[in-house]
Ligand binder design. Structure first.
Ligand code: G4P
Length: 522
């Protein structure tokens, strides 16, 4: 069992839309021999098949039907790539996915550098010091200076960079990359995947002058010497502690630098790491099975109301059909047909190990953050609630259905589909979501599943912040801001702030209060 666990590499790709996540994922799957030609995933996602009414919404919006994890073997390892939905389907699920992985791959567009969605996602990653690898993509396009790019990563994302490769030229004049560790160059040739590898003898090897254009070579030598002197060499232990990030350059679409990235990733990325539970630290290689739910997908089959709960296995080995403890309720449950996923194909699994993500049939029992364990009563420290960015007030269309609405909102918020706020001085509930598409889903589900037809109206709220700190100061803050306060589902005080200016002012006026973007539930 330990051997199986140590083989697992569970990670997610963090990027801004269009940086090349789909392209790189396809290449990874191609190297994993899961697909025969890159392009398969997209072709498949574009097929107009409908497996549920709920997915119809996704299709009407022209977005892909999201799968949650892609698993494939590579060089003796079992890779679990956890999906982080982007574009319009960006939602709290995207954030939650990051709590289920052991490391992340940050993907940047070389022309654009660090972009907003990457910053948001990395804030979540920094809550747990998780090891980060950086790939700078699209070097075949006009790119920013590589040193400036790494400087941005350090300044904006707070990641200390250790360049593993350095590019020679970019755009039309992209000629290849030099690898510091192995002292070789890969010559870029769009016709030859991964280019041609040649061994050299240091940066001043005269053969480099024969192979590369003098202008780009001179620039490269200068930059390579600069980073070699100024930046830290790669240190595996520091990487595993989340203190140093290896940086690679390449071009996903040309399959250049991708294999090197994947090989290094498999060699360095952590196997499943220990997880903190309220009671104790749980090591991945412990024999007893434990796991937690990080995502719930509703209505995958229109014939059944049932949902799928996605669980990250944290320790031990899970066997199909085994009876396990649902820790929050104390109930014994049988996980009858657990499944793993490849793109949209679902396969029933007989066993799963720490690091794996499995989908379990959910008759309405599971909430986000629930712990499941073989026998011991444990509670993994909660998945945070993330400050929503879009807000709506909920108005019921049929006053006789108020009980249904209350029940629907309660269940949907427990399931993690939306955040529910009860304003302190108004009876109209406020919904908060991270991705605006979630509102359509909530409205649809309230009507379909709870028979509560309602109208959602945008609320003039800019951001939400959980409020904590010195009780006297909090009281003073409350008395001044009563009209902008609400309680979340757990009864915690939340400031629903109307604009950025007001938030800055409050942070200045109440320095003893913490205005938090995240809230870890009890
Ligand atoms: P995403 O999942 O992160 O949103 O990005 P995706 O892989 O879909 O890539 C976004 C666009 O960038 C695509 O072009 C893709 O072909 C292109 N791309 C990805 N990697 C590279 C690269 O290394 N070099 C260059 N030049 N382009 C790259 P598109 O025109 O939007 O789509 P398509 O018509 O190619 O499918």
């Amino acid at each position: 069992m330990t051997e199986e666990i140590l083989k697992r590499r569970t990670f997610a790709i963090v990027s801004h839309p269009d940086a090349g996540k789909t392209t790189i994922t396809e290449k990874f799957l191609w190297y994993g021999k899961v697909i025969r030609e890159a392009g398969h995933v997209r072709a498949k996602a574009n097929k107009k098949f409908t497996t549920s009414d709920w997915m119809k919404i996704e299709q009407q919006r022209g977005i892909s039907v999201s799968s949650s994890v892609l698993s494939f073997p590579y060089q003796g390892c079992q890779i679990n790539l956890v999906d982080t939905p982007g574009h319009q389907d960006f939602s709290e699920d995207t954030y939650r996915a990051l709590t289920a992985v052991d490391s992340v791959l940050v993907l940047l567009d070389a022309a654009k550098g660090v972009e907003p969605q990457t910053i948001k996602l990395m804030e979540v990653c920094s809550l747990r010091k998780c090891p980060v690898t950086v790939f700078i993509n699209k070097m075949d396009r006009d790119a920013l200076d590589p040193v400036a790019l790494m400087d941005e990563v350090e300044r904006i994302l707070g990641l200390k960079c250790s360049p593993m490769t350095m590019p020679i030229g970019n755009g039309k004049f992209f000629q290849g990359v030099y690898s510091f560790a192995s002292d070789n160059v890969h010559l870029f040739n769009p016709e030859v995947p991964e280019g041609e590898m040649r061994k050299v003898d240091g940066l001043n090897d005269p053969r480099l002058d024969e192979w590369f254009h003098p202008r780009y070579l001179a620039e490269f030598r200068e930059q390579a010497e600069l980073v070699h002197g100024a930046m830290e060499p790669f240190d595996h232990a520091k990487y595993l502690r989340g203190e140093l990030s290896p940086v690679y350059f390449g071009s996903g679409i040309n399959n250049f630098g991708v294999k090197h990235l994947l090989d290094s990733f498999v060699a360095y990325a952590p196997s499943p790491m220990a997880r903190q539970a309220e009671q104790r630290m749980v090591e991945a290689t412990e024999p007893n099975f434990t796991g937690f739910v990080f995502k719930i997908q509703a209505n995958t089959d229109p014939k059944h109301r049932d949902r799928i709960a996605f669980m990250r296995v944290c320790s031990g080995k899970f066997l199909r059909g085994a009876k396990v403890l649902h820790c929050r309720t104390g109930r014994q449950v049988r996980l009858a047909a657990p499944s793993t996923f490849l793109a949209n194909d679902k396969t029933v699994v007989d066993e799963a190990y720490a690091g794996d993500i499995i989908g379990i049939h959910d008759p309405g029992l599971y909430n986000i953050s629930d712990t499941i364990s073989e026998s011991e009563n444990l509670k993994f420290l909660g998945i945070p609630d993330f400050a929503p960015e879009h807000f709506s007030r909920v108005y019921l269309e049929d006053p006789l259905k108020s009980k249904q609405l209350t029940q629907g909102l309660k269940q949907l918020s427990e399931e993690g589909a939306t955040q529910l706020f009860a304003p302190v001085n108004s009876p109209i509930p406020v919904l908060g979501v991270v991705g605006v598409l979630q509102f359509d889903v909530i409205k649809f589900r309230l009507e379909e599943e709870y028979n509560a037809r309602c109208r959602l109206e945008a609320a003039p709220i800019h951001v939400a912040r959980w409020v904590s700190g010195d009780p006297v100061t909090v009281q003073e803050f409350k008395s001044q801001n009563n009209h902008d306060l609400a309680m979340d589902k757990g009864g915690n005080l939340v400031y629903l702030c109307p604009n950025e200016y007001r938030l800055t002012l409050m942070e200045k006026n109440f320095p003893k209060i913490v205005f938090s973007k995240f809230h870890i539930g009890e």
